[in-house]
Design a protein around this ligand. Structure first.
Ligand code: TEU
Ligand code: CA
Length: 570
């Protein structure tokens, strides 16, 4: 194929990425907000953990309606986070430690305070008008379609100056860009070059599979009569998506050494294959959401808030499909955690008595799969969900809007709504990083923008680094193993015992080497029997979260609560 370049250096396939949510990572000046000098001061911590790449959530100028995912200037640093000089110092500090930096590229939408939108909304013949997506507002103000925005309400917001509505898939302060307009695409490519020329190493692309909208913006299927309807399904696989991404690759990415990951809600296997195909695709990998949706009731209009327990067999089926589908043609990103998701140890482990064991088990499960693992800040400490008793202590726009709709409009009991927030709110992941046992977990000397989880007195980085059995040291060892074992990078995945509802076991095979991962997902003992077709003579334990006797064979064993083992069989 003419456009086929050699597979990029295998190094990114051996890489582990660490995500920083700057607002909550480290505050250097006591104003209660994390900042770039704070990050710079913690680079040795990242180096000690052994991560290769940092993905930095947005640090651009922003009115912070959605904590930086609403950008008003793509070439400036948010005032609260510091200056461009602070950024350059941080980047140099990363590079000096062999750590690469992926910026967050948020170009499905801008802030409504971006100069483009300020212009665009003034008149229909303004040169920037066509940078965004508009519909006439009829005399009766009826909405152009039935789409519900991600953060509640309609996707359509009136713009009186032009007598139109504009489209916003997220908050009304996040108008969607019109990617049909070639000028918009050139603006995006130019700002990407600006950061690449500065020396950044790639991008995590926010909701990048939503940039191509279907012609005519037709109504979404009705699943709740008389309501607005979930609308992501209408835009996550638009007709020109691949074309736009390939154009971006040809015009920008191909001219630099880059690492790219696209965030892709509702991504199908087909989309994953198309976009990450080494020869014909456009990005190195995708964040797909299938596993993140397994503990919500499908087809329920309440989306992620319609809670249901995870069935381990569903997780196995989903992960295995992706492992198989991208084998040799594409590449998976592996994550349980980010700034939008509850803490995995609270979600699918146990944040009480088995917190440490279950955090290590989930890490073993994830890091043994094929793909590039992502560690979200605090995950390496086994940080947990937070349970604020008052809605006033929450900050996330999605959470606050959902609460208002549920309590004020639908008259649901506040305690019940809060209970759902305790399980699923994005703020679970956004409480300040817990550095030590001092006030506010050592995150700030001032008043943090959101309260620290009270368990910072026990769960914190200082404690974890002093304790050889901590979650932190376990992550460090897992990350190091990836560099030593080709089978972890290249080995072909096969699921064992798909029907077992308690133990997730799989192998990875490379030549005559077999890597075996066995994970007990329950707080009870489970008997594990290796299928007889997995033949071997010697077992070598690589890592485990309990002491395992040398005589204890994986052919048949009893797994303790949340026990995990990773072994090489020869
Ligand atoms: O998220 C997009 C997305 O689909 C979600 O994960 C979304 O946050 C969902 O509503 C969670 O329940 C990305 C960013 O990661 C998120 O922080 C932003 O709010 C969003 O895009 C808009 O930029
Ligand atoms: Ca600060």
């Amino acid at each position: 194929m003419a456009d086929a370049r050699p597979m990029p250096a295998a190094d990114w396939k051996q890489s582990v990425v660490y995500q920083i949510y700057p607002r909550s990572f480290c505050d250097s000046n006591g104003d209660g907000v994390g900042d770039l000098p704070g990050i710079t001061s913690r680079l040795d911590y990242l180096k000690a953990l052994g991560v290769d790449v940092v993905w930095l959530s947005p640090v651009y100028r922003s009115p912070n309606d959605d904590n930086g995912y609403d950008i008003s200037d793509y070439r400036a640093i948010m005032d609260e986070f510091g200056t461009m000089a602070d950024f350059d110092t941080m980047l140099a500090g990363m590079h000096a430690r062999g750590i690469r930096l992926m910026m967050d590229l948020v170009v499905n939408h801008t802030s409504d305070e971006h100069p483009w939108f300020q212009q665009a909304r003034q008149s229909r013949d303004n040169p920037y008008h066509d940078y965004y997506i508009w519909r006439d507002m009829p005399a009766d103000s009826s909405l152009p379609n039935n789409w519900e925005a991600a953060f509640s309400g309609s996707v359509w917001e009136p713009n009186p100056a032009t007598g139109e509505y504009y489209l916003h898939m997220f908050s009304k302060k996040q108008p969607d860009l019109n990617w049909e307009n070639p000028k918009v695409r050139q603006e995006v490519y130019a700002l990407m070059r600006f950061w690449l020329d500065k020396g950044v190493d790639g991008f995590r692309m926010d909701v990048i599979n939503m940039i191509s909208k279907p012609a005519g913006l037709p109504d979404a299927p009705v699943i709740r009569a008389g309501h607005l309807q979930p609308s992501f399904g209408m835009v996550t696989n638009g007709p020109r998506l691949l074309e736009f991404l390939r154009e971006m690759k040809a015009q920008v990415l191909d001219h630099y050494e880059t690492l790219t990951v696209g965030e892709a809600p509702l991504a199908t296997i087909q989309q994953g294959q198309d976009i990450t195909n080494v020869y014909t695709g456009a990005l190195n990998m995708l964040f797909q959401f299938e596993h993140m949706d397994l503990d919500a009731i499908p087809g329920d209009g309440r989306g992620k808030w319609a809670l249901k327990p995870l069935a381990l067999t569903d997780l196995k089926a989903s992960m295995s499909r992706w492992q198989d589908a991208l084998w040799q043609t594409g590449w998976n990103s592996l994550y349980l955690s980010n700034h939008d998701q509850p803490r995995p140890v609270s979600r699918w482990g146990d944040d009480g008595v088995y917190r440490v064991a279950s955090a290590k088990m989930l890490a073993t499960f994830l890091h043994g799969l094929q793909g590039t693992p992502y560690v979200y800040q605090g995950e390496e400490l086994g940080m947990t969900n937070v349970r604020f008793a008052r809605i006033e202590d929450y900050r996330d726009i999605e959470t606050l809007n959902m609460y208002r709709e549920a309590v004020q409009d639908r008259h649901e009991a506040p305690a019940e709504v809060l209970a759902r927030i305790h399980v699923k709110s994005r703020d679970n992941a956004r409480t300040p990083m817990q550095w030590d046992a001092t006030a506010h977990g050592g995150f700030t000397t001032g008043t943090p923008w959101m309260q620290t989880n009270p368990n910072h007195t026990e769960v914190n980085a200082a404690q974890a680094r002093d304790d050889a059995d901590s979650v932190w040291h376990y992550y460090r060892r897992l990350i190091a193993l990836r560099k030593q074992l080709p089978v972890l990078v290249e080995g072909r995945y096969a699921l064992l015992q798909p029907e077992d509802p308690n133990v997730y076991a799989y192998i990875r095979t490379l030549g005559d080497e077999v890597l075996l991962v066995v994970c007990n997902f329950t707080p009870r003992e489970q008997v594990f029997v290796l299928p007889p077709n997995v033949a071997f003579e010697q077992q070598q334990l690589l890592i485990a979260n309990y002491v395992v006797n040398a005589a204890d064979s994986v052919r048949a064993c009893t797994l303790r609560p949340f026990e995990a083992r990773m072994l090489v069989l020869r």
